[in-house]
Each structure stands twice: as C-alpha cells, then as structure tokens.
Write a new protein. Sequence first.
Length: 235
Amino acid sequence: MICLMDGRVIISQSPGKVNLLTPDGKLEKQLTISGKARSVTQINQDTIAITYPNERAVKMFNMEKETVTKVIKLDKVCWGLSFSNNSFAVGLDNDEIRIIDLEGNTLKSIPVQSKTILDFFVHCNDRVIYSDYTDKAVYCVDESGTHIWKYKQDLSFPAGLHGLCTDSYGNIFVADYVSNRIIVISKDGKDSKVLISEKDGSKNPWCICFKRNESSGFICDGRGTYLAKFNVSCR
C-alpha cells in the first residue's frame, strides 16, 4: 500500500488485485492490471511500478490510460519495491536489494542476510531499512550492506514496507501484525514507542503508509479488507 502524490491510495491486494482509493479511503476503481501484483511504488504523478514475483519482472503502469508502459525483466524473484532519486530498490529473494535505473540497469547491489523474503523495506538517503519477520527485527544498512543499526525490542512480527514506512523526519513506522500495534522507531534506531495498539482499534496491521508532507496515513490488514486512517500529533 502507498499514498500517492495527490493523496489517493493504492492497495495491491491478494491475489493480484490493484485498487485505487480516494484520499478518504473509498474505492475509486480497480485498475485493470493482469498478473499477480505484489509490491507497488510511485514514479511520478501518473505512473506507478509493481513487482511480479512469478514473472521476475517490474512493470511500469500509467494509471490514467491503464496501460503497461515498460517491463523490466530480472534474473531473480522480485518482492519489495521502493522508488527514490530516480531509481528503484528491488528486493530479490532474501539476500539482495538491487538498485536499478528506469531502464533496468544495475546501479548497485546491496547484500543482506534476511531469514525471510525481502518484501518490506524503505530506500532513502543512501540507506535501506528492512524488516525480517522471522528474526523479529528491523535493520538499517548502508548501500554497501554494512549494518548501521538493528532494532529488536518488543517486536513479535514486524510486517515491514509497506508495513514499514518513514515520515519526513526519518522516523520509522512498523506494523506489528501479531500484537496489533504500530510502533515508531527513531531514525537512529535507539528509541521507540507504541503509537497505536489494539485498544485504539488496530486490527492485525500489515501495511502502513504516510501521506506526503502530512502527519497522517493509512493502515490496512493482510487481506486488504480493513482500512483505517490515523493522525500523528506532537505532544
């Protein structure tokens, strides 16, 4: 799930449905995209990109014309996807996050050691933050793969990107599926707090996204059938 530049929301829902929602969370339309879509990211106002693990491909898609504009074939199974600085970060199997340009050329390969597939991560400011829900941890590495920090406090099942997202200050928001909580981690990985818990109405949060330049966002469950909006205030 991602919040688009114009405030609308995209949810890639199993088994491959891609739903476009209005800024207030109502279904606008289901995009006619074939195949089993996985992770989604936005390139520009009109274009999104989606991973297709079964096809080992990243496809760029024009939302207005509802057409595929480009297909990038990869040599490994691709899962998570993030777009930053005019390039993609793609999660390949469980051991590599590859930075590629819009033509599919490899710019950098980041080796990682994850016990689970690289489905959820954020690439920004020359760092990659990813979750390993088997290891019950969130990691931050630089573009050479060197570990910067590891967060493992009180996490039961960190669902990661798009159950893992950052705000404009670099704080990391993690959807902890089993404990029904949203946890925020400081950008240096040293501090954290529970932002939303089950008593606040959180129901098996799997994906989380922030609206651009706003202190609000959305949470949804693993099936894409429950959607909630949240606001963050400084106190």
